[in-house]
Design a protein. Structure first.
Lengths: 328, 202, 328, 202
């Protein structure tokens, strides 16, 4: 690993973000990344956060048209409430704050505590949970679906609504609509190595793959013999489409887990499109790249979000962040 | 034994012993978490209890309740993850229940811990049998009626008893049936908590 | 690997680029990627290319403000002359074409043949070689320095000059100036796996690293015991600065080899800045990310380019490509 | 032997035999290239000679010169890398030098190959001793005076003799002293070229 010591990995990365992105205010000590022009008068502020190791999520999505602040936790560990409280104080213009929370017990609990503390300090806080991973059965016998790739769609689209000046209830409603319209499924071809552990988080012999993995290096639901890109696209697209049953055109995120070459990811995107055509799903936009990563895990995930004209317009709206950038 | 009266210094020693145990067992806890979680439980608790030790050394609180409230708050502010709010709530609620008494007896501690464990179940919407820390905490508090050693033993047994369970809460629940056959990391660290208690009480 | 079969990897990836980027014309059969509005009247056209496996280089840098066309070869194999001839025909507006060629024997020979063929067809062609890698001794006893990270600087800055309407001689001169002002050095923490070979191109035991690696999975000049991010930054920055001896502020590219997590790369960027400060080198801009990759190699490289006001202005000029995007 | 007169069909057989040899040895060539290059020489030549075989089958040229020119052009258009232009130039220039004779003798072939090998050196700014294909090609052409078998033997020996050399050209030169101790992949494939020639001449 290209690190100093495991203990300083997150702080070191934040120092690097600070030198690379003068358009951000990076509070290394308190672990908060804020857009430089915050608080933006009259604008609802969006705050997200979660464990580190998923870069560019979330810090790379701070900027005009997306997040106002991000709170990075330790690697694969949700942030502590103090971070979100501090972020809320930094970005709230009085129009209220929306917490975008990936559905993991740790994230849910820490953001919930933060919301209580921030409200004690007079900030109006709404929260939306992102839970898009169809690999996890959503029942009372689990912690519910995990939040994965849809986070990008939620942050981008709700961010556009906020940037346009929509009030908190509206931005929250848009975020919920995107969550409801999004589903994901991921596969791993090799596990990742966390700085603290120093060796792969699970043992995946070459020639095998894990179906239905999350983004924290946890094993998936099922291990199989290696499949071709086309076969993986079929399994992945089918899992998502069977659950979502889209009736509108979809945004497609073909997301790399970290170590899968972009060359392979584009090839996989072609197969994903092919399978979507088989399934008669119309595609509105396609994004290919490493956006919601799991350190150096090899593999990919597919997220679909079905969009009406308004969500598509918000998706196309300008965004200026380190990790996602278009328009203007 | 039920006549024991424990002062703030005892609680500081307890937390310090937990910190030492977590330091020692961090890799093992991370190993357990790597099988059915995300390989961070050891480093999470190490970071948290190191901060607890520092906080208690810097300004040693005057009462048992204050020691636990400080420890709990520190965990919430430094751990993150699921275990930060949960362990933090356990200690904070226990401490609050102890109030500002200078010394507490075993019965009061047991009542305090019972309130703490209930708060954990409430916060986590979880119950014993879900393959979480509650599977060690709950029997330990019950066994505390028979003394510290019995509580430590019950916590260890409870943790080991999570092996055959299928997880219904936390990250391990994503694995469905594949969570069976592994010990829950949070139950294992809860057993350390009670082992340390027995150790300092000896 | 997330592939179908090794033989179709490049074609599959081009199909994926086509679905993800409607703003590009992707000729999968002939392996040419062209910006949709080409030829742009009166504009000098920039063409680059090289082996695949370095994505987003070069196809991801086609678009306004950068390249007019890219010619991807097989993985780590330079393209054939037919590709560049076809690309030149597609993008030449009559203002001439500039070939930007990374200095490898294969690229040099194939682009040279292509230039002769294109000139036979009436296209005015100039060529600039990129050779920035200080790990290679530049002597008559080698093929000369390799072209690596500086390619991004050359394509961006010369692309900006061309977009502004500069004539061929001027665009060529700018490209040469950038080459002369740029140096790179790279390290590998793990080798990459090419689709054709299916196993790592060299054997690097964990706990060791290779200093002075290129971008084709070839071993470096020296193997050492693992170092910290800070130590690697020192060796890397020193190698570049000792050779370049910059007197002007520099552009810094902290480039990921492919499998190194962005989290680690940002941490490394912080250490690079620290060492540049030690060496009293002023930094004008910093870019951190996977731009010139080597499939799934783990590691990073540092490229510096010293810039006067004019080069900096051209660097800051708008660019709209899949892989690099700002301004406008 | 110097009386041999070789027709277009012979040259087609030669190229077909090279294609078969490259198919067979592709993994080995890539293995060699992986030690001091970029692990693509085998797949490069396989792609190229497969295309040569197809081109020659589709429209078999009428003269030896035309066979080699077609083969050379096809390699340039399909291989890429360093070896595409170099092997392509070797065959194209040899073919051009043979002109449009319907049959060529051994002496003419040797003169043609000599011109081809010189063109490779010119294009690559390289010479024997640089640890490249020339270390097999050059002695092979010289030995062709003693017949096909001698040429094949010289090519093989020349290729093996690249092992102790330090590369001065191509990708292997980046390795400096670390290039010593490995056989040059282009020299090894050049030896296949002459082995195939000896094989079809037998
Ligand atoms: N809902 C819950 N109720 C009680 N305990 C839980 C719950 N969710 C998780 N836990 C406990 O937390 C432990 C995991 O802690 P840790 O690894 O530090 O956090 P994370 O899962 O966020 O990485 C589990 O082993 C389990 O004992
Ligand atoms: N300048 C040169 N002159 C002669 N032969 C060369 C030269 N450069 C490279 N070669 C030959 O090309 C071979 C490599 O071919 P190949 O692997 O197909 O191309 P690349 O090096 O572009 O990947 C080397 O082993 C060497 O024999
Ligand atoms: Mg965690
Ligand atoms: Mg964990
Ligand atoms: Mg090559
Ligand atoms: Mg090669």
């Amino acid at each position: 690993m290209l690190i100093n010591v495991a203990e300083t990995v997150v702080a070191d990365a934040l120092r690097g973000m600070a030198v690379a992105h003068p358009e951000l205010v990076v509070d290394v000590e308190n672990r908060v990344v804020v857009r430089r022009d915050a608080p933006v008068a009259g604008k609802v502020a969006l705050i997200s956060g979660g464990g580190s190791g998923h870069e560019p999520l979330h810090g790379g999505f701070v900027g005009p048209g997306m997040l106002d602040a991000a709170c990075p936790g330790e690697v694969f560990t949700s942030p502590v409430p103090d971070q979100m409280v501090r972020a809320a104080a930094a970005v709230d213009s009085g129009a209220g704050v929306l917490f975008l929370v990936k559905n993991y017990t740790g994230d849910v609990l820490n953001f919930r505590m933060a919301a209580e503390l921030a409200e004690d300090e007079g900030v109006t806080v709404a929260s939306v949970l992102v839970d898009d991973d169809v690999a996890v059965t959503d029942s009372t016998f689990t912690a519910g679906r995990r939040g994965t790739g849809a986070t990008l769609f939620v942050e981008k689209i709700a961010g556009a609504a906020a940037e346009e000046g929509a009030p908190l209830e509206r931005v929250e409603a848009v975020a919920r609509q995107v969550v409801g319209a999004s589903r994901s499924f991921g596969v791993a071809l090799a596990a990742c190595t966390t700085p603290a552990k120093g060796s792969p988080t699970f043992d995946l012999p070459s020639g095998q793959l894990e179906l239905g993995v999350g983004i924290h290096g946890e094993p998936g639901r099922e291990r199989r013999a290696m499949m071709t890109s086309r076969e993986i696209a079929e399994v992945t697209v089918d899992a998502v489409v069977d659950d979502l049953r889209p009736e509108l055109p979809v945004l497609v995120l073909v997301n790399g887990a970290g170590a899968t070459p972009l060359l392979e990811l584009y090839g996989f995107a072609a197969e994903v499109h092919r399978r979507l055509a088989d399934r008669e799903v119309a595609v509105a936009r396609t994004l290919v790249g490493d956006y919601v990563t799991s350190l150096d895990m090899a593999g990919a995930s597919v997220t679909l979000c079905q969009v009406d004209d308004e969500l598509l317009r918000l998706w196309d709206a300008p965004v200026q962040t380190a990790g996602l950038r278009w328009g203007r | 034994m039920s006549e024991t009266a424990l002062d703030a210094a005892f609680f500081v020693r307890w937390m310090t012993a937990v910190a030492a145990a977590v330091d020692r067992e961090a890799d093992h806890l991370t190993e357990l978490d790597s099988a059915i979680g995300d390989a961070d439980h050891g480093s999470n608790l190490k970071r948290g209890f190191t901060a607890v030790r520092t906080a208690l050394e810097k300004e040693p609180p005057a009462t048992p309740g204050a020691v636990l409230v400080t420890a709990g708050k520190t965990l919430v502010s430094t751990v993150g993850g699921a275990s930060g709010p949960l362990f933090g709530t356990l200690l904070r609620r226990t401490g609050k229940t102890l109030g500002d008494a200078e010394r507490v007896g075993l019965g009061e501690l047991r009542d305090g811990l019972r309130a703490g464990v209930d708060a954990v179940g409430q916060l986590g919407s979880s119950a014993p049998g879900d393959k979480t820390m509650l599977d060690a905490l709950d029997p330990a508090v019950t066994a505390l009626a028979d003394g510290f050693a019995a509580a430590a033993e019950a916590a260890g047994a409870g943790s080991r008893a999570t092996v055959p369970l299928q997880a219904r809460k936390g990250r391990a629940s994503y694995l469905g049936e594949r969570s069976i056959g592994h010990e829950d990391p949070g139950a294992a660290s809860s057993a350390l908590l009670f082992a340390a208690l027995a150790e300092v009480a000896r």
